[in-house]
Every structure is written in C-alpha cells, then in structure tokens.
Design a protein around this ligand. Sequence first.
Ligand code: F6P
Length: 353
Amino acid sequence: MKIGILTSGGDCAGLNAVMHGFVKAITAIDPKVEIYGIFDGYDGLINRKYRAIEPQEFSNILKMGGTILGTSRQPYKKLIQIEDNNKAAQMKDNYRKMDLDALIILGGQGTHKTAAFLSNEGLNVVALPKTIDNDIWGTDFTFGFHSAVNIATECIDRIQTTAASHGRAMIVEIMGNKVGWLTLYAGIASGSDIIIIPEIPYDIDKIIKAVEAAEKKNGFCIIAAAEGAMDKEEALFSKKERIQKRAERGEITASNRIAKAIAEKLNVETRVVVPGHIQRGGSPTPYDRVICTQMGAYAAKLVGERRFGQTVALDGGKITSNNLAEVAGKTKFVLPKHELVRAAKEIGISFGE
Ligand code: F6P
C-alpha cells in the first residue's frame, strides 16, 4: 500500500501522536506499506510537496507538539468553492500521480469540508478530528482539546494569584472564535467567577453585577472570556458586520471593552491577559496521547478494511467513525442548556446573561 498523510489547519498538541499511532498500526497491517508525508497541509498536495518517510521516522514523536509535516490554513472557500480555480483539480491529479491507495487527513472543521469534497470526488480519504476548539460534529472530543484545556486552566490559575494579591478583576481571553468549549472547560476547572462564551451573548450590566459580587465575596474576580465573546447587541449582527463595527472602534475582541466597563463602573483595577497560541503549544497531555494513539490505530484499521470517506470519532468513550459527508461542515456548539453550563450555574458561576 502507498499512503499519503497530511496535517492541515491550525496546529495543536497531538498531531504527531496520531501519526505515531497510525504509522505503527498500519505497518503491523501491511509491513510493506509506503508512507508519503505531504507537507504544509493541502498546499503540499496542490504543489507536490511530499516525500517518502520511513515508518521509523514516526517513532519518538508521540510526545512532540506541533506537526512534523508542517501545516497551513487553506480555507475551503478559496480551495474548492471559487470558480476559476484549479486547486481542487491539482489535488486530485497529484493524488493519482502519487498513486496513493489512501490519504490520511488530520484537521479541523475547514479541513474536514475539503476532505469530504475529495472523498466525494473518489479519493480514498480517512480523516481525524483535530482542534483545540472541540467543535467537530459527531465526536465527544477532538484531539488537542484536553491539552489546551490544561494549558488554559494553568494560565487562569496563575492569573488568580495576581488577581488575589491586587484585588483585581482579571479577564483571561481564551481561544475559540465561534465556540466556547475551551473557555467553558478551563473556566470551570479554574474556578472562574464568570465565563463568557460566544454561544451565550452577554449583557455588560450583568457582568458588572457578577464582578461586584465576586469582589465583595473574595476580594478579586476572575473572568474566562472566549475570544469570540459578544454582547447581546452584537449577536444581532452577522460576523462580517460585527468585525466591521469592532474595527471602527479599534477593537478585535470584546475583552478590552468589558475590562474598560468594569474599571469605569466599579472603580476596580482590571487587566486583560491573552495567552493566545500558548494554548496550542507543547506536548500533548497523557489523555490526549491515549486518544491520539487509539484514533491513529483506528484510522489504520479503516484503511486496512478499505472503509473510506470516514472521520474517526470518540463516542461515549469508544472509538468509532462517522461518514465524512454527514459531519463535515457542521459545528458542535455549546448549547446554552448543556449540562456543563447548568452545573456551572448551579455552583454560582455567572455567564453574564
Ligand atoms: O482553530 C483553532 C484556533 O486556535 C482558534 O481557537 C483560533 O480562533 C484560531 O485557531 C487562531 O488561528 P491562527 O493560528 O491562524 O491565528
């Protein structure tokens, strides 16, 4: 067998761990397997950036952050949807020229859409769900998510000591533009007073009240705010309009606006901390290493059984797979009635509604 592997979209911890698991398992299925590493995501498939990689080279990468194959963002719209664009044709053509039996694609939402397209066009695709956002439909968790939760939680924990020492309100802006899973998990795990996520638009007056209560009770306040947090008014606009309105105010995210309102209304010293890409960096947690290994091995099993057009998933603790065509393009949002949101509210965490 000849198998191509690529990693696409934003990196996260666990990409190498999945490839480590996949290559070991596929080598056991077919000891003569030839593995081709395709570099920098779909860009490598378009521009023929690949080379044969000995299975041995995938050893010792279980714990390594990032991706040894490199990655790039190739938005589905630019890759596939634009007419007059031969990138889709180039990918199909190169797959055939490489004479691949299967293409293994590790990536998030956008990557899955392109993977579903390629599968529909007859390529033998198996995808794996990567992202710190945990927003891929049909899987309980994406790999990379738990590692990011660990980092985000540690960031908030460390901020808490400064907040307590200075009596400040500290806003920690957590990654997640469209969905708030990472903020929700890290917010609960760190004992934050307020959690603000895109799925639950906030009312600044409610946030102020919650800050006032936390300052009164604890002498400081911790707010975990997703980078995609928006107020109730902004929620009425489209993403494009929202970005435009924020640009007019010199804003990218809502965090500084929230901080300013708190400082003005309550006369409380307020700071914003943005851990940013730190949340995507470094070694995967043991939990991620385990599910990455399981997912990689499952992808090899799918290839061995020639079950293509699938994306690997975790369902109630069991590794399984879903039809790419069914899950690609669907976003797994935090439902405002989700049990975790309910539990957080039950212990007194405010969502600023
Ligand atoms: O998709 C993962 C993610 O980290 C999001 O949470 C974040 O909004 C985005 O990527 C940042 O992208 P980039 O690394 O391209 O700035």
